[in-house]
Design a protein around this ligand. Structure first.
Ligand SMILES: Cc1cc2nc3c(=O)[nH]c(=O)nc-3n(C[C@H](O)[C@H](O)[C@H](O)COP(=O)(O)OP(=O)(O)OC[C@H]3O[C@@H](n4cnc5c(N)ncnc54)[C@H](O)[C@@H]3O)c2cc1C
Length: 439
């Protein structure tokens, strides 16, 4: 039976209105296979948290959130239906005494959509969320259900698949026993410390995020805890403006053992939002109160709106050994970046072997930008920003970027193109985004 169709709407941030003819919610894998055989053009839609036309199609958008299924555990591996969100999966795993190694900043995103775009959390020892995948089931362009498992030659190409290979109906993820995490916020990090000790700070806890608005001076209020105070930078070394709340950078540390010492910072004594000045209620518990992994690893709570809402985002993953260069590059443009910026976040993502992963083959530092909803301003800035970032920089597929040749930084790019043509010979899943990016 053909599922009922609906209006297509827009991305979560209203940054793009989908132009697809209709949206359908199949109830079973057989429904998905029928749709693919029948429709000349279609595309899977997750929870709409990407910012561009990435998920769009001139044909039919297929949402799997109507698949009536629960996850199931076989040993350490959880089998997840293609429309499920991390927030629901994580609560289910916690109830079963299990956990995932990491989560993104928000639990609202679908597992399949996040994996397809190489979405990540943070931690020098933590790969992107896609690195937990042990098997995928995909309805390909012929309507066949294909199972790919770790160790098979096509598997590392298919996991971060940007929706181009077909519709992922199930994923299998490796889990661990559940664990506790505490979250602390460390205020007043100065640039000299951020720049000099970046790798050390990112490695100071299980998962670390540095938030900054690229201002220049350390916070002047509050006692210092430990470590050396940074040398104030001369005006010639960067911009001179202060961030809205006076601090230069804050470190959010998510620890599985003791609270870390971050040089030159002081522990926050009240909860914060990641965006300076916003009510912290939507954010996960802080102040070092221990709790289960899924209630501390994301910054945002499932039952609240994450981030700002009306916003744009970009993110660039830079090889770890070029991270200082990347920080300097952003600072050199800080007077153009700051008027457009809500906040930047700096995280670490460990290397993996997934062909289209921005962390392919290299430990990376991810430089994220939550922009104000000013598409023209952001569009004008991105080419200049990207030109200054070091060689080896790769964009986040779900966010805004300007480069017309991202493939140059992905050694398996041509292999991925071949894989797409094998999985989708009639280009049912092809769209304008793939035309621009994959060519
Ligand atoms: C407030 C906010 C915070 C964010 N925080 C982070 C963060 O911490 N870290 C990070 O790395 N990113 C982050 N992102 C980006 C986000 O994780 C990615 O854009 C991700 O793709 C969102 O998943 P989705 O389900 O919304 O995907 P969608 O935007 O719906 O789709 C993205 C892609 O996945 C494909 N897809 C979806 N479902 C399937 C399926 N079943 N089979 C095949 N392909 C599929 C689509 O076709 C499309 O190509 C954030 C975004 C927002 C809005």
């Amino acid at each position: 039976m053909r599922p009922a169709s609906e209006a297509c709407g827009s991305t979560w941030a209203r940054s793009y209105d989908y132009t697809a003819r209709e949206l359908v919610r199949p109830r079973s894998v057989e429904d998905v296979r029928d749709l693919v055989r029948r429709e000349p053009r279609l595309r899977a839609l997750g929870s709409r948290h990407s910012f561009t036309d990435l998920a769009d199609t001139p044909g039919v958008l297929v949402s799997l959130d109507g698949l009536e299924e629960s996850p199931s555990l076989v040993g350490d591996v959880v089998r997840v239906p293609g429309g499920m969100r991390y927030g629901e999966l994580a609560a289910w795993l916690q109830d079963h005494g299990r956990a995932l190694p990491n989560l993104a900043s928000l639990p609202h995103i679908s597992v399949a959509g996040a994996v397809a775009t190489g979405t990540h959390g943070s931690g020098v020892g933590n790969g992107s969320l896609a690195t937990s995948v042990t098997a995928l089931e995909i309805v390909d362009g012929r309507g066949d259900l294909v199972r790919l498992s770790a160790g098979e030659p096509d598997f590392p190409g298919a996991v971060v698949g940007v929706g181009a290979l077909g519709i992922v109906t199930h994923l299998e993820l490796l889990t661990s026993p559940t664990y506790q995490v505490t979250q602390t916020v460390h205020e007043g990090l100065a640039y000299a410390d951020l720049r000099e000790h970046l790798t050390e700070i990112l490695g100071a806890a299980y998962s670390v995020s540095i938030f900054t608005r690229w201002a220049n001076e350390p916070e002047t209020t509050g006692a210092r805890s430990s470590g050396e105070l940074a040398r104030p930078l001369a005006p010639s070394e960067g911009v001179t403006a202060r961030s809205a709340d006076g601090s230069v950078a804050r470190v959010w540390a998510k620890s599985r053992s003791t609270t870390p010492e971050i040089p030159g910072t002081v522990l926050a004594t009240r909860p914060h939002h990641v965006i300076p000045g916003l009510d912290p209620a939507p954010c996960t518990e802080q102040l070092g109160v221990p709790g289960p992994w899924h209630e501390r690893l994301p910054h945002f709570r499932l039952d609240f709106q994450p981030s700002v809402g009306a916003e744009l985002q970009s993110e660039y993953l830079v090889p770890l050994d070029r991270a200082q260069e990347a920080v300097d590059a952003v600072r050199s443009l800080a007077d153009r970046v700051r008027p457009l910026l809500e906040v930047s976040e700096i995280r670490a993502v460990a290397a993996d072997e997934l062909w289209l992963s921005p962390a392919y083959g290299a430990d990376t530092v991810a430089l994220h930008f939550t922009w104000k909803a000013d598409p023209a301003g952001v569009r004008e800035l991105l080419p200049d920003l990207e030109e200054r970032l070091p060689a080896g920089t790769r964009p986040h597929w779900g966010k805004l970027f300007a480069t017309e040749d991202p493939g140059a930084e992905f050694p398996r790019w041509d292999d991925f193109r071949d894989l797409v043509h094998r999985f989708d010979p009639d280009r049912r899943f092809w769209n304008a985004w793939l035309d621009r990016v994959l060519g």
